[in-house]
Design a protein around this ligand. Structure first.
Ligand SMILES: C[S@@+](CC[C@H](N)C(=O)[O-])C[C@H]1O[C@@H](n2cnc3c(N)ncnc32)[C@H](O)[C@@H]1O
Length: 391
């Protein structure tokens, strides 16, 4: 893989609703986006580019390097076509192999079966050509071959990431209903957060928004928080280039500390989790933690952004009780946050209506398969505008 590190078609995947943010990140890193769909963006990228993307992307799941397209109507054809591919050029027979797939083919009823046939094809090919094959199983800590198979066309990728990039490695304590790290990063991108103004996160739960904010403000590459990536597992992987890239990424961090970041929650256990997660992420010194009701959150003098991700009843809590909480959130934004930009990440018309403030922007997100909105409020000092609820 080191000899010819040419650009290849590469798919960068993400959670539904995050593709526009991923595209923005890729373009900022100098990539042209060839196409974009609900769960990913296509670019041309070399293996070294893929390594760099693992370190720097905040909203992506996986970086997938296209390996082959095959025509196959059923699992037998998948096996025979996949066995013809030059696996000996990329698979380390001393490594560990796993297969992930996304399959829509009428002959396939057991989702594990295509994975097994593809794994057999790879291992049988290697046994017959070099007399050796890797161990294989479900762990994604080694070489992961990812397949997207629809009808009679299967696209095979070398997964350069392994475990999802959203699994940064700092969230050892999830507390309740945590927001996925990549969604928190996209929410902060939507807020245009850059660390130059104070950020207040009441109802912070396990602290994901506050921690992602601190990483953004310091321009710290989120991929530095863990060390195991698929890009180092393939045959001939350029581990020297990888080490150099990690050390270069460390130097990109800005020295100056951001404007205050304040994270509060009514549950002591949540603040405990936030503090521990922030320590793991190396940003605890940048966040002020308090146990309190959201309305008691200490506000810095200088105005900035306030963002709340409370419960929204679908998975947690009871709607009637939540409606009174959302009324209080509206009062809090109006009275304590005048002059600030307010953001609420939530779901459900009754809750949004209960806030009773004029929404200046609604951005759709999908969090844990639930349709959500990031609502933006410009909190001028002055009159409250009562709004009819809209989705
Ligand atoms: C959906 S969770 C937030 C998840 C968080 N974004 C994360 O990624 O971990 C909602 C949080 O609101 C907190 N909460 C509920 N009522 C509150 C109140 N009145 N004041 C402050 N926090 C409250 C809960 O303790 C919970 O941690």
């Amino acid at each position: 893989m080191t000899a010819n590190d040419s650009k290849r078609k590469t798919r960068v995947t993400c959670a539904p609703s995050l593709a526009p943010y991923l595209k923005e990140e890729l373009e900022a890193l100098g990539f042209e986006c060839l196409s974009m769909d609900k769960t990913g963006v296509e670019i041309n990228a070399s293996t070294k580019d893929a390594m760099m993307l693992n370190l720097h992307l905040r909203t992506a799941f996986h970086v997938l390097q296209r390996f082959a397209d095959i025509n196959c109507r059923n699992a037998d054809e998948l096996y025979s076509e996949a066995k013809r591919l030059p696996w000996d050029r990329v698979i380390d027979p001393d490594g560990f192999l796993s297969i992930t797939s996304n399959v829509r083919n009428e002959t396939i009823t057991n989702s594990m079966f295509p994975n097994m046939r593809l794994k057999d094809a790879i291992c049988d090919k290697l046994t017959s050509t070099i007399g050796k094959r890797p161990d294989a199983g479900s762990s994604t800590e080694g070489m992961v071959v990812s397949m997207h198979w629809v009808d009679n066309k299967a696209r095979i990728y070398l997964n350069m990431t392994g475990r999802k990039l959203s699994d940064r490695g700092y969230r050892k304590m999830p507390f309740m209903a945590p927001m996925r790290e990549t969604i928190a990063a996209a929410v902060l991108m939507e807020m245009k957060y850059d660390g130059s103004r104070p950020l207040v996160v009441p109802m912070c739960g396990s602290g994901t928004i506050a921690i992602e904010a601190a990483l953004i403000a310091k321009q710290r590459a989120p991929g530095l928080l863990r060390s195991n990536y698929g890009c180092t597992k393939w045959l001939g992987a350029d581990t020297e280039a990888w080490a150099q890239m990690r050390s270069d990424a460390k130097k990109l961090q800005v020295k100056a500390d951001p404007a205050p970041i304040i994270a509060t929650d009514i549950e002591e256990e949540a603040i405990d989790a936030t503090r521990k997660n922030a320590v793991t992420a190396g940003v605890d010194h940048l966040i002020d933690f308090h146990v309190c009701d959201f309305a008691e959150t200490p506000m810095p003098e200088e105005c900035g952004d306030v963002v709340l991700h409370g419960e929204y009843g679908v998975r947690l809590g009871d709607e009637d009780e939540l409606i009174s909480t959302y009324k209080r959130i509206g009062d809090y934004l109006k009275t304590d946050c005048a002059g600030w930009d307010g953001f609420i990440f939530t779901s459900g018309k009754p809750l949004i209506g209960a806030i009773r403030l004029k929404v200046s922007k609604r951005t759709p997100f999908v969090n844990a398969e639930i349709d959500c909105r990031l609502l933006r409020y410009e909190l001028y000092k002055g009159t409250r505008v009562v709004e009819a609820p809209r989705s």
